[in-house]
Unconditional design. Structure first.
Length: 245
């Protein structure tokens, strides 16, 4: 989610994964099985599955677990049909929020999300109320390590479809269109460049900078949404100080 620098997000993601690994595994398991049902069990021919497997491995999910999930979904052992729904709303001080959910009970999930928004000073909005403020992008974060040539990394990224390239103190960020995500990913793998984090996400075109109680209130809402079992992703245009973490 937004609210910190990209590198603070990566650190926070790892800390959260370690702290609530069971819940993270549940979300990843749903994504893997849904990807198999929609595109088949072969990750080479199913980009969504390949990305889900990469995310599962990054969260230290054992390979045996991943293989069992793929087998279970492809063999018809799991008959749960998850519906993918996008919710949009506002946090305190007008922060725009998009929530991606995967649920087997639309009414339950909608009620839960509405309650979380209300409880934390926000409001659930209508479809399309904030989506126009975001663009779907593929984002790769590369740590700065000895021997990594910035110019070569930049050229490799651009030659393989990257739209933008940012150099920061901690490392580098490559941004690509979703349709070019896999091409950039394969180029990084071919060149043996270690990726600290990669995802297809929703990037805000403009951010809302907040501090103090307003920032904290939004962070509490975003975290409450992320912790819900039916929610797969939460995105906002909040920009605040890392020190609030």
């Amino acid at each position: 989610m937004s609210g910190h620098s990209k590198w603070a997000n990566i650190k926070r993601k790892k800390e959260k994964t370690d702290a609530v690994k069971g819940k993270v595994f549940t979300k990843l398991s749903k994504e893997i099985m849904t990807a198999v049902k929609h595109g088949g069990p072969d990750p080479q021919g199913n980009f969504r599955l390949r990305l889900a497997i990469d995310q599962a491995k990054a969260a230290n999910m054992p390979n045996d677990n991943i293989n069992r999930l793929i087998k279970r979904a492809s063999g018809g052992e799991d008959d749960t049909n998850y519906e993918e729904i996008v919710y949009e709303g506002y946090g305190p001080a007008g922060v725009a929020i998009i929530v991606n959910a995967m649920t087997d009970n639309r009414n339950r999930t909608a009620a839960d999300i509405r309650h979380l928004f209300s409880k934390h000073g926000g409001s659930l909005g209508q479809t399309g109320c904030v989506a126009w403020l975001f663009e779907q992008k593929g984002v790769f974060s590369i740590e700065r390590i000895p021997g990594l040539d910035t110019d070569q990394l930049l050229m490799m990224a651009l030659e393989n479809g990257a739209e933008d390239f940012h150099e920061e103190e901690e490392g580098f960020e490559i941004i690509a269109k979703p349709e070019d995500f896999e091409k950039v990913q394969r180029a990084l793998e071919t060149n043996k460049i270690t990726v600290a984090d990669s995802e297809i996400t929703m990037l805000p075109e403009n951010t809302v900078q907040l501090s103090g109680e307003e920032a904290l209130a939004n962070l509490k809402l975003l975290e409450a949404l992320e912790e819900h079992d039916d929610i797969q992703g939460v995105y906002s245009n909040l920009e605040t100080n890392e020190e609030l973490n």
